[in-house]
Write a protein that binds this ligand. Sequence first.
Ligand SMILES: Nc1nc2c(ncn2[C@@H]2O[C@@H]3COP(=O)(O)O[C@H]4[C@@H](O)[C@H](n5cnc6c(=O)[nH]c(N)nc65)O[C@@H]4COP(=O)(O)O[C@H]3[C@H]2O)c(=O)[nH]1
Length: 736
Amino acid sequence: MYMDVSERKRGEDELRRFRTAMDCTDDAIFLVNCTSMRFVELNAAASRMLGYSREELLGMGPCDITAESTWPEMALLYERLMANSGSSLSDEMALIRKDGSQVQVEFHRQALASGPDWIIVAVVRDISERKEAALRLQYQAHHDGLTGLPNRTLFYDTLTRTLHQATQHDWTVAVLFLDLDNFKTVNDTLGHGVGDDLLVQFANRLLGCVRARDTVGRLGGDEFGVILVMQDELNDAAGVAGKIREVLRVPFVLGQHELNVTASIGITMHPLDASQPDELIKYADTAMYRAKQAGRDTFRFFTAQMNVEVLARLDLEKALRRAFENGEFVLHYQPKVALDSGCVAGLEALLRWERPGYGLIGPDMFIASLEETGLILKVGSWVIDEACRQIGQWLRSPVGPMQVSVNVAGRQLAEGDVDGDVIAALERHGVPPELLELELTESSLMVNTERTIKTLKDLKWHGVQISIDDFGTGYSSLAYLRRFPIDKLKIDIAFIREVTSNPDDAAIVQAILGMAHSLKLHVIAEGVETAAQLAFLKRNRCDQVQGYFFSRPLALPELEALLLNARQMQLPAPAILPYRKTLLLVDDDAHVLSSLRRLLRDDGYHILCAGSAAEGFDLLAQHCVQVIICDQRMPDMSGTEFFDRVKEMYQDSFRIVLSGYTDLDSIMKAVNKGAIYRFYTKPWDNAVLRADLREAFRHYGLLHNIDLGDNHCACPAGDRLPETAAQLPETQSRPA
Ligand SMILES: Nc1nc2c(ncn2[C@@H]2O[C@@H]3COP(=O)(O)O[C@H]4[C@@H](O)[C@H](n5cnc6c(=O)[nH]c(N)nc65)O[C@@H]4COP(=O)(O)O[C@H]3[C@H]2O)c(=O)[nH]1
């Protein structure tokens, strides 16, 4: 088909007129071909708005100038427009300019049929200014014009949102209400300009006291609010209040004036004090008034109990600072005893505070405070120096060389100069390094590992001994601890307390001993109070023990008397020598014990009697017992419960229960679990009991391939205490 010349000319004229019309408007106009999704026409305003030339844009499509719609989304939108063959409602969107910047636009689209094709006409208007103005208005409605902080409305909204999140995540939120002390006087005497300047500077200092996630707002006049989202409740809120008071210590420079300004602070806690935002703000305001009444320049919690706790803590911190300056700290020393010889192998230096008016205070009352305040750095250095001074003094006295261990806190390792302190103290007091041992807790090795390894390697290189304190409580594996140059492990007191009666603790202690020895580490157990614990540890080849059984921590005069008189501690005599058939009777009824004793006295057994399960465990730890008879009904623990534990710890023992018929159920369960070898209901048949006992001892002897004669020593040569089940030959399976 051919178009005549005049027809073509008319078409070109129309197009020119159309373009000229398009170029006359300030709005950008784009024509998009729906099939190719490309721009087929656009006006000069479109080029101006996006910074592309007309030619560049004609090579592009609508998806190239926005990040908000993908091709399929845009195609779907156009299809809808074509189906309605109509126009879209106006919409807003951000377009991307050639230089990457964005322009906020409002646009209107219309679909037009053009022969077989469809064209979308998009009229686009730049609304950046309108948007900015709206944002400005929004900002002004929610922010304080002077300080730029959230105003009361936004503070309230933020608090509402924070409380909602806090409830979902179980967080604690604190609201601080601050009021500048004597602000009115500043305003009245120096004028409002200075007052405003002060508020701006104060707001900036406040912002410096909180984390990014916290909120600071101006609630009006000289009143400010802070929202804190917290982990360590009391301390966090009091800490921030303290920090605010601290930053206010620096005078404010206001023109030619220098002003000292303080603030009174009230604190409420969610969920403790209230759960609604208005209540929290109101209560914090009330608490702030209490702070004013208490003399200003202070803070108060809304809850009385919190005030008591926090103020007591602050008092303690103040007193500790003075204590250090006044030299109120002293060291006491607790002996460590070598289990092979009974000799005092060393001492642990333990900090004490001679607090005027309070007497001698133990470290549990103040070590945490020293750590929190950072005072531990100074006190810790002093402990190292004092211990070295003492070692040096003993070295040059009749006491002679004595190894002393000192505790080193995690914060000392992370922030202090432990190696510098130690090396200086050793030199200053002429102490050989091997006489000093450092005790570090497992948890302190978990932080700042690289620095800690370097410090410890340095100290180790000098010859200082390193020991891990409270071992077993920190969940670290020995493999992890091997990264550190360790000489010794100290088993935590928690595992020692019930080591003779709790099979789990016994197993843990045995495992630690086994593993440590295979890694050539020495092991010391702390908190040893009884002969039974001692016997257990000695039998399991623990190297040293420390605890009240031998000595409490002692002040210098008592300690020196002990060291000068005898360095040898009295180890308990081995329980039975020679080793023989040993029978343990456990019953809380003394008559039953004595009648059994009478019945069996001519049968050649070494008979031990326990009035309770606890006594039974103690005797088992100290003797090699082959057969145990236990009453089922005892006040502290039933016979079956007792035997459940005994089975775990002394698997090779023969266990017999005496019971009434009513207990049969639980006894049958115990028999089925293998905790009991035999049971007798009361009254038992004497002849049967005696025959069974003879059989039990004979069976035991056969199982272990030993002749249990009445006077025969069956212990391995050289071992004074009987062996544990763990050390007996593999053949000794449960006899039942
Ligand atoms: N129930 C019981 N307790 C026993 C027995 N034998 C010893 N103890 C106590 O157990 C604690 C052993 O010290 P620790 O585990 O290092 O635990 C120490 C240590 O972690 C810390 N500490 C003490 N002095 C210092 C120090 O100079 N610096 C640092 N950072 N911490 C220290 O304070 C903790 C407590 O020290 P103390 O109160 O002196 O308590 C000492 C000691 O008196 C016993 O048979 N039974």
